[in-house]
Design a protein around this ligand. Structure first.
Ligand SMILES: Nc1ncnc2c1ncn2[C@@H]1O[C@H](COP(=O)(O)OP(=O)(O)OP(=O)(O)O)[C@@H](O)[C@H]1O
Ligand SMILES: CC(=O)N[C@H]1[C@@H]2OC[C@@H](O2)[C@@H](O)[C@@H]1O[C@H](C)C(=O)O
Length: 375
């Protein structure tokens, strides 16, 4: 395994070295657990997808992480750090891999302010797992003036190639926050240099989850059942769309709680109307974002938990004039795409390739990021 890692940084007669197995780990803004997934790649082409796994957070662990949201290095984070370490160790330990891509848990994200903070110690994880770990993917981009997010777009580019796409398309992640990547798979520009435009669309599931917890004491609106019983209240939706974020040109990114005041917009509504209206807000934010695509995408491939919400999917389908499908329609795994993305990005970091570009984070030139903790 170590030989494979050493080889990873080298070029073979001008070409990139052989593909290696990378294991990605992601704990997203929904704070539900750690996804882990294997990808065989040379950092450019996806050769094969491998096994995946999931380690959910207990209620107590989730409460610890929730309490840590908004905190920065230097704050008291010992308990949250222990949760991140323990859960990632458990999620990753059963796999064989040449390298691990460890995203960590985003606690705070203020790219134009204090920076971006992903909790997690990649060096400690490397030592415990006995494998090299690439981590801290976002800070270099932010230090160089970028948004530090989204970072999945380079992987979306590789996915577009993997599915044999021959026309511009969009990947839409409906996680806690939503993000959109427009890809032109026929562009001759290197990935990230004209072939991609990406940004966070707005809040997606996080505010709906917060509403469900506040009103019903449950984690989320399973299958959009509550939203399906309500009516969208146009006045609240219009106020939401007046947010300055929607007038900003991409690239742009969000913190999970940037839209936490959304709950106030539905405060007077009954539970079902509030859920319907918040679901419509997530879809409307995507619609606003679509207007930024350089060329209308021929299809939208949806990843992340929101694709399981039939109400949100129906709203998107009726508002967009191209097919909207879960990524499973093209053979991808929408529950694991982000973990796979950080596996892929880890190999790019090992090989000195960029992981973001002006079109994806607004950074001035294509840049790499990430620390490498070798064993
Ligand atoms: N069956 C379902 N019905 C409705 N919503 C669902 C369903 N399954 C998942 N979700 C929503 O998707 C969320 C999880 O999405 P996902 O795992 O993509 O988020 P994440 O990766 O944590 O977020 P991010 O991409 O912002 O980091 C859940 O919290 C829930 O709101
Ligand atoms: C700062 C941060 O962690 N942002 C996340 C979050 O979750 C979705 C959206 O906001 C996206 O910008 C990003 O994650 C994905 C994996 C990304 O970087 O592509």
């Amino acid at each position: 395994m170590r030989a494979a890692i050493r080889r990873a940084g080298e070029k073979v007669k001008g070409k990139l070295a052989d593909p290696i197995w990378a294991l990605g780990a992601m704990s997203g803004t929904s704070l539900d657990g750690v996804d882990a997934a294997l990808v065989l790649t040379d950092g450019v082409t996806i050769s094969e997808f491998g096994a995946s796994g999931y380690r959910g957070y207990s209620d107590a662990e989730q409460a610890v992480l929730r309490a840590a949201l908004g905190k920065w290095p230097g704050d008291d984070l010992a308990e949250a750090a222990e949760v991140v370490f323990r859960s990632h160790f458990a999620a990753l330990q059963g796999f064989e891999a040449d390298v691990i891509g460890f995203h960590g848990q985003t606690l705070a994200h203020e790219p134009q302010g204090r920076g971006t903070h992903q909790l997690g110690d990649g060096a400690a994880l490397a030592e415990a797992l006995g494998r090299s770990v690439v981590w801290d993917f976002r800070s270099n981009d932010v230090e160089l003036g970028g948004e530090g997010a989204p970072l999945a777009p380079f992987f979306h580019w590789a996915c577009a190639k993997w599915i044999g796409a021959d026309a511009p398309l969009a990947f839409l992640n409906l996680g806690g926050v939503g993000n959109l990547t427009w890809v032109d798979p026929l562009s001759t520009a290197p990935e990230g240099e004209g072939a991609l435009l990406a940004f966070d669309t707005g809040p997606a599931n996080a505010p709906i989850n917060d509403l469900m917890m506040e009103r019903r004491g449950v984690a989320f609106d399973k299958d959009g059942t509550l939203a399906a019983q309500g009516q969208v209240v146009d006045g609240a939706l219009e106020l939401f769309l007046e947010e300055g974020y929607f007038r900003k040109m991409p690239p742009k990114s969000l913190d999970r709680n940037d839209f936490s005041l959304m709950l106030d917009l539905v405060r007077e509504l009954d539970d079902a109307d509030a859920a319907a209206t918040m679901t419509a807000m997530a879809a409307a934010a995507v619609m606003q974002g679509m207007e930024h695509c350089p060329v209308a995408p021929q299809r939208v491939l949806v990843t992340g938990g929101g694709r399981h919400n039939p109400v949100m999917m129906a709203m998107l389908t009726s508002a967009l004039d191209c097919p909207v499908r879960p990524v499973e329609a093209v053979g991808l795994n929408g529950d694991m795409l982000e973990a796979q993305a950080f596996a892929y990005l880890a190999v790019r970091v090992m090989r000195g390739l960029p992981t973001s570009a002006p079109g994806t984070t607004g950074v001035r030139a294509p840049v790499g990021g990430g620390q490498i903790s070798r064993v």
